[in-house]
Design a protein around this ligand. Structure first.
Ligand code: FAD
Length: 290
């Protein structure tokens, strides 16, 4: 008899949620409402992104500090090394530590100008692996880094991308969170390759519930992830039907999570885009309850 994938889910999972720092009062209200909705699911951590080229430095800091002050959640601050000197980065890290923040998501970042090739700051950390080494010298942060099941566009080949991930782990990273992806097989192949080289590494899948394919495709192109063609078909004709698009999004992301669960995944990281509903529904189906 056919049982849905979620029938096996036992609630033995950990979750984490990613947010971005709000730009306006209205966006701030949406964010804090979402945080309030998701908090009872007791995420392992909640992370706050850092704008391209370091553009949201103050807003990221303010959001993370408010999480420390007003919630009992464990915040993780994203920090990129693009366009900044080592001293600047170390100062930011120290101020996070002084504010009680113990977890950094350490990233290289991309140039502020989209499409430009990456160039390291002359006095800066050249890449994420160097950043991890530097952060560990500032304080004993817990550190997450990025991983790319579909290979980062700057990598010469999949093996060199894997070597780069292992350099980040060897520099002291505690886990890798993946770029979003839509094929469970692709994730499993990647995870198995990493674990064959470093059995203890924790690879946490990053889940992006997509409600708008055109928008997702715009930012997927340059970041080492592809939107599959079948997804266009599922959203065809739904431009003016936002509720239907939400249901399609939940179904696609839900099925992906169910398959990942069946393949042994027990920590799921959600790219929430500051919205709670989809992540909440999927966590609920996986058995994570308030
Ligand atoms: P790195 O690990 O340094 O690697 C980048 C590429 O360069 C890889 O292809 C790697 O193989 C290659 N490379 C690095 N060092 C070497 C070397 N010595 N020799 C040869 N090749 C090398 N961006 C933001 O701006 N803000 C955010 O908040 C943010 N959050 C993110 C969260 C997650 C979970 C993920 C997956 C990505 C995030 N990004 C964010 C995007 C990220 O900054 C970009 O993908 C960036 O292009 C690469 O960053 P990285 O940390 O993976 O870089």
């Amino acid at each position: 008899e056919h049982a849905p994938l979620f029938a096996e889910a036992r609630g033995d999972i950990a979750v984490s949620f990613e947010f971005f720092p709000p730009k306006s009062d209205a966006m701030s209200e949406t964010l804090w409402k979402s945080i309030k909705t998701l908090a009872p699911l007791r995420p392992r951590f909640v992370s706050v992104t850092y704008g391209a080229g370091g553009s949201t430095r103050e807003r990221t800091h303010a959001t993370v500090e408010r999480l420390v002050r007003e919630t009992s959640l464990t915040p993780a601050a994203h920090l990129t090394c693009v366009g900044a000197s080592r001293e600047e980065i170390d100062d930011i890290a120290r101020s996070y530590w002084d504010a009680g923040v113990r977890h950094i998501v350490a990233l290289r970042g991309d140039p502020a100008e989209p499409g430009q090739p990456y160039a390291a700051h002359p006095g800066g950390y050249a890449n994420a692996a160097e950043l991890v080494t530097g952060l560990k010298q500032v304080a004993s942060f817990e550190i997450s880094v990025a991983a790319y099941p579909e290979v980062h566009p700057d990598a010469d080949c999949p093996d060199s991308d894997l070597d780069n991930l292992l350099r980040k782990i060897d520099a002291g990273a505690d886990r890798a969170i993946t770029q979003f992806f839509f094929s469970p097989e692709c994730f499993f192949r990647f995870r198995d390759k990493v674990v064959a080289r470093r059995p203890d590494v924790e690879i946490v899948p990053g889940i992006l519930p997509v409600t708008n394919v055109a928008q997702a495709r715009r930012f997927a192109g340059q970041c080492g992830a592809a939107i599959p063609v079948w997804m266009d078909r599922l959203f065809e004709g739904l431009d003016d039907l936002p509720a239907a698009r939400q249901l399609v999004a939940a179904t696609i992301a839900g099925e992906l999570c169910g398959q990942l669960y069946a393949g042994g995944v027990r920590h799921f990281h959600f790219y929430t885009l500051n919205r709670a509903e989809l992540a909440y529904a999927i966590c609920h189906m996986l058995g994570a309850r308030a």
